[in-house]
Write a protein that binds this ligand. Sequence first.
Ligand SMILES: [Zn+2]
Length: 128
Amino acid sequence: MPLELAKYGNGEIPAAALSSIGQGSHTMWAPAAQAYQTLRAAAARDGVTIEATDSYRPYEQQVDLAQRKGLYSQGGLAAKPGTSEHGWGLSLDLDLNTKALTWMRAHAKDYGFSENVPREPWHWTFTT
Ligand SMILES: [Zn+2]
């Protein structure tokens, strides 16, 4: 966890510390957003398309998601609000076909991203 983020708190990252990832309104912590854009461009050069479906998730959105999808602890798909990795602006959920997933598993680490949640091959996190 970068110190800059720890001081803000999960789901409380100010807009000034976030950056567009170049897809829709999705944002991440600025250094992660930059790394993702580099990764995505490299994938494109290899003929692989990567799309993000979820990115930074403010606290209120974590509450909403937990209500809609249920908590992990109760068999659902959402983290307890205030604990989601998406609340740090470090994680993305990606729409990956088999080719794209294979590419990510081979190359994402070169850009600082890792597949770090069991049974969630769509969830990738930037680690410094
Ligand atoms: Zn995720």
